[in-house]
Write a protein that binds this ligand. Structure first.
Ligand code: F6R
Length: 609
């Protein structure tokens, strides 16, 4: 939930750290700070608020050193404040630490440090114990001291440490929180994520769990948990810094919404050969494997979970295998029925979501085979899976997930179709029809995007609503959930989604004059029933926005306004029907003056439980 950066080289560290942190603000942004070795000492500057607050201070309180560490925070222990901001230091102020993650046993260590060493803590954070522990073990060798300190620490963390007495070093550690090393000429870097370093280098080392890294300006040494030196292949990043910039759009979110035709195309075409066969190279799901599987579990969080719901629909429909879908934070606490006959599918954009990772490990421990659908190459979820289906959405920066979701849908359809083909549950003709329709998705999505002004006007008229209901039937309910999440997270409107058939069982009590209801009706066999549900809410005064396929114009008689999606087979409609919902959410949030890319209280990558 926090972002860390470190630099050692010949450049002024401050500017490299601020630049790197600006690319990590999506990971947390309630405070930011840096520690730089300068003029014979370690100097810390840290402030509550966005990164620009720190950057403004640094104009007055300049630091010119060439070694430093930086942090952007999303509070877990202790309120957002100057004193809780990172870096944290030991009592003498000569060891500074940045940390992303949680030290679970910090209270025990803190009590020990207070009772045995009489230390007075300056912050309420778990992180501060690391600085004091490293200090406790320090005998002139920072690497050795950090190694001893981490033996005492339980939890998930990526840390970076510098020390006044060894100004030519940064020591970093990764345990269950992301960490990469950037390699330069006469300079080296650490960071939580690749975009932070792209301005400086495209050569990276992906650090594995439980590894400790020693950086100097001229070299990087990686040690495993046993202290053995590890060889690591250089990971060459193929996308450039520009891809992570806004390219003229007002927000990353709208840029990413508009990138969906490309993301869908890439994800799809990389997995289809010239005869329309699905090529899941590297993914070993043979006929025998599938015959051995009697159940599929899909586990994820938030938007990725909603993609999982559509995945269930597709796998059950095409491959006829029973599927359970669970939110990752619940999965491992309910002793799920998972064994070596289970295929466990984890879906995650970042590949670093702690709950998803923990669920994956639980399923693995119980013998399940792990397939993950992941966007970030080399991320933890990807590395811990037996097979990985990479989506090709490109870097997603806006906190609200959009293009990752639609590429996750494509991935789930392809997995379902591959299973169906392998098991023989789908005729070739039916399969070909689905593939042809899938191939048309990029242009159909583009068509909806081109017609955005109608949605913009709707948003301008409706942005003042304080509660919004989404409803649908069949697979439309799954999309309704995603639309509702998108709206609430970026506009702070109290929205929720419901199966339209459930309305009469309670929720209809909340429908009043002017209540905004967004009704999805893209499923042919459920269309009439949806029209009835729309009439029910309109009779109670609701303002209804319908979402229907082109041609289904009767809806105009019942709904106040209809947003059309291009005609599509019912099974694939989620790929299209979510697009108007993303646009509605975006334009409503803009009309309300919200910080669309960085909604309050949210972070892009949730690497704590
Ligand atoms: C919502 C959103 C979150 C994420 C969720 C899982 O727009 O972005 O709900 O979908 O935190 O994140 P990943 O996919 O990175 O595991």
């Amino acid at each position: 939930m926090c972002g860390i950066v470190g630099y050692i080289g010949d450049k002024e560290a401050t500017s490299v750290l601020i630049e790197g942190l600006s690319k990590l603000e999506y990971r947390g942004y309630d405070s930011a700070g840096i520690a730089v070795y300068d003029n014979g000492g370690v100097h810390v500057r840290k402030y509550k608020g966005r990164l620009n607050v720190l950057a403004e201070h640094l104009k007055q309180e300049t630091l010119t050193g060439v070694v430093g560490i930086g942090h952007t925070r999303w509070a877990t222990h202790g309120e957002p404040s100057d004193r809780n901001a990172h870096p944290h230091t030991n009592v003498a102020g000569n060891i500074a630490v940045i940390h992303n993650g949680i030290i679970e046993n910090y209270m025990k260590i803190k009590e020990w440090l207070i009772e045995e060493k009489g230390i007075e803590f300056k912050s309420e954070t778990d992180t501060e114990i690391i600085a004091h522990l490293v200090d406790h073990y320090y005998e002139g060798d920072l690497l050795a001291a950090v190694n001893k300190a981490i033996e005492k620490m339980e939890g998930a963390y990526a840390i970076g440490v510098i020390c006044k007495d060894e100004p030519d070093k940064i020591v970093a550690v990764r345990k269950d929180s992301p960490l990469i090393v950037g390699l330069g000429e006469g300079e080296n870097f650490i960071a939580s994520d690749i975009p932070a370093l792209l301005k400086y280098t495209k050569q990276m080392y992906l650090i594995e769990n439980d590894e400790v890294v020693l950086l100097t300006k001229d070299g990087v040494t990686i040690f495993n948990e046993l202290g053995q030196q590890m060889d690591r292949e250089i990971f060459h990043v193929t996308w450039d810094a520009e891809a992570a910039e806004k390219e003229g759009y007002e927000h990353f979110m709208i840029k990413e919404i508009h990138e969906q035709p490309k993301g869908i195309q890439e994800t799809l075409l990389r997995r289809l050969d010239k005869d329309n066969n699905i090529v899941l190279d590297g993914i070993k799901l043979t006929k025998e494997d599938l015959e051995n599987i009697n159940k599929v579990y899909i586990v994820a969080c938030g938007t990725a979970y909603h993609a999982g719901l559509v995945g269930r629909f597709a796998i059950e429909k095409f491959a006829k295998i029973p599927v359970e879908v669970d939110v990752a934070s619940e999965f491992r606490y309910r002793d799920p029925f998972v064994d070596d006959k289970t295929l466990f599918i984890a879906i995650s954009q970042s590949g670093e979501t702690l709950d998803t990772l923990a669920a994956l490990r639980e399923a693995k421990r119980k013998g399940a085979r792990i397939l993950s659908v992941v966007n970030v190459v080399g991320s933890s979820v990807a590395r811990e899976s037996d097979d990985v289906f990479y989506t090709w959405a490109g870097p997603e920066i806006a906190v609200a997930s959009t293009k990752a979701y639609t590429t996750q849908l494509i991935a789930m359809y392809l997995i379902a179709l591959h299973m169906a083909n392998t098991k023989g549950t789908l005729e070739r003709e039916g399969y070909e029809n689905i593939i042809s329709d899938l191939k048309l998705m990029p242009e159909k999505v583009q068509k909806i995007l081109d017609d955005y002004t109608k949605i913009q006007h709707l948003a301008d008229a409706q942005f003042n609503n304080e509660s919004v209901f989404f409803m649908g039937r069949g697979v439309d309910v799954n999309v309704a959930h995603e639309g509702s999440l998108k709206l609430k997270e970026i506009s702070y409107i109290n929205s929720f989604a419901i199966a339209a058939g459930e309305l009469k069982h309670g929720t209809i009590a909340l429908i009043d004059d002017g209540t905004l209801v967004i009704a999805l009706a893209t499923q042919d066999r459920l269309y009439e029933k949806m029209l009835s549900n729309i009439q029910e809410v309109r009779a109670r005064g609701a303002y209804v926005v319908g979402v229907a396929k082109e041609g289904n114009t009767e809806m105009e008689k019942t709904a106040d306004i209809v947003l059309y999606i291009p005609d599509v087979m019912d099974e694939l409609s989620p790929i299209l029907s979510v697009i108007p919902l993303q646009l509605v959410s975006y334009y409503i949030a803009v009309a309300r003056g919200c910080d669309v890319d960085k909604p309050k209280n949210l972070a892009k990558s949730v690497t704590v439980e």
